[in-house]
Design a protein around this ligand. Sequence first.
Ligand code: HEC
Ligand code: HEC
Ligand code: HEC
Ligand code: HEC
Ligand code: HEC
Length: 331
Amino acid sequence: MTPALLVLGLGGLDVALDEPFRSAAACAGCHPDEVADWERSRHRASWSNELMFEGYVQETRRFCVTCHAPLREQVDEVLANTPFYRSRDPGSGVPPTAMAPEPMASEGVTCVVCHLREGRVLAVDGAGAHRFTDAPELASAELCGSCHQFPVAGFVDGRMVPTDTPMQGTYDEWRRWAEATGDDRVCQDCHLPAGRHLFRGAHDLDWLRSSVRVVREGHELVVSTVDVGHDLPSGDLFRALTLEVDAGHGFVEVARFARSFGEAFDEALGGSVKVLTADTSLRPGVPRRVVVREGARWRLRYHFASELDEVRGRLPLDEIVVTLVEGSSDH
Ligand code: HEC
Ligand code: HEC
Ligand code: HEC
Ligand code: HEC
Ligand code: HEC
């Protein structure tokens, strides 16, 4: 039995998995359904999407790779391309550099990241063709928390030091939800229903739309989440929901549901570090009421990237901001 499945996020931030890379193609012949689902998932795209690329170009740090493409060979492949990534930041001054192909890293969070340890397949209840290790942890929220919960990193002389501020807090949010509601569902129940490996999330717009509700009550709009086992937005720090109202002169933001960050000096680190300044994310079971003037049009939008990204225009605006629901407050 493997004691800890992954030690990425919660413990040491800077740990690459020692498991040898083996492509999902090696599983596809016998597990076509899981592979087909995973192909459409965000885990598959975790090192091959534009949002990540843009983020990494701006902050080219090894620890990003150890979650988004965590196997040792994947990490090495990406680090060998460091001059390329640096050169893509117009402010870096690094001359244009070609990118070497990244066939392993581009598979992102692939099958063996979750399923292979010491040459054996991890399964909740192993049987059949493989050398198995029974790993009930695979069905636990802690498996997911090892990447979906991690602190902001501070740096001392280039060395990384975890801070007290969560950069992502989905696991803690889930615990708070489970304790408050007594609901015993874990991440897998909602994100791998019946073993489906789609890992649907915010990039599945239909599911996202069905997960928020806006209801009009008198002069108020009431915004709440529907069967989300943690806050919304969750995950990446730049995500936000905004409620915007147009009373005839264009849409104006009247409420923002998100975490906000600022910078503060940290004595121990001897430098400035990101801190949480506000958290107005939607909490499950806590409807939010916003007064809206009669006759106004309104819309609720989801933001995948930072406000700076929206202004800078390097990412297509219609992909990083989407309207989830809209309406008008006419009688
Ligand atoms: C030669 C065929 C074959 C290949 C290749 C193969 N598997 Fe399997 N696997 C099986 C069979 C047969 C079973 C048992 C029946 C089942 O659960 O589908 C199984 C079961 C599993 C299970 C679930 C075990 C359980 O009983 O719950 C996991 C997890 C798994 N395989 C992962 C993988 C991964 C990851 C790969 C690629 C690295 C892979 N397999 C490659 C044939 C294969
Ligand atoms: C992010 C982690 C993760 C990744 C990546 C992942 N799996 Fe799984 N897989 C799981 C978990 C968790 C379960 C157990 C679900 C449960 O029983 O609660 C599982 C179950 C399985 C099973 C058992 C049968 C079933 O559907 O429940 C098979 C087979 C399997 N995975 C194959 C694969 C293959 C092949 C890939 C790559 C295409 C893959 N998995 C990628 C986490 C992952
Ligand atoms: C090895 C690290 C790792 C593990 C383990 C892991 N994830 Fe992920 N997950 C990621 C990364 C990285 C992304 C973001 C990919 C991207 O969009 O760049 C992600 C994305 C997702 C998304 C999509 C979010 C969205 O907004 O679209 C869901 C849902 C998800 N993971 C659920 C799970 C669940 C459930 C588990 C446990 C069974 C799990 N993950 C385990 C690293 C991991
Ligand atoms: C009760 C069901 C439920 C549970 C339990 C649950 N989730 Fe979710 N999750 C959802 C729903 C619903 C959404 C929102 C739909 C969407 O994003 O498209 C979501 C969204 C997400 C997202 C995308 C964040 C965003 O802003 O949309 C991530 C990442 C995620 N979940 C990971 C996890 C992890 C990790 C766990 C366990 C620690 C977990 N979820 C537990 C239902 C659940
Ligand atoms: C401990 C693991 C971990 C580390 C370290 C990490 N990430 Fe992530 N990242 C995740 C997970 C899990 C998600 C999925 C949550 C979500 O979709 O909001 C994610 C999501 C993202 C997204 C949103 C992608 C999307 O599809 O919407 C971007 C961009 C991103 N990460 C960039 C980075 C950068 C840049 C770094 C390094 C500075 C980094 N990440 C470090 C785990 C990590």
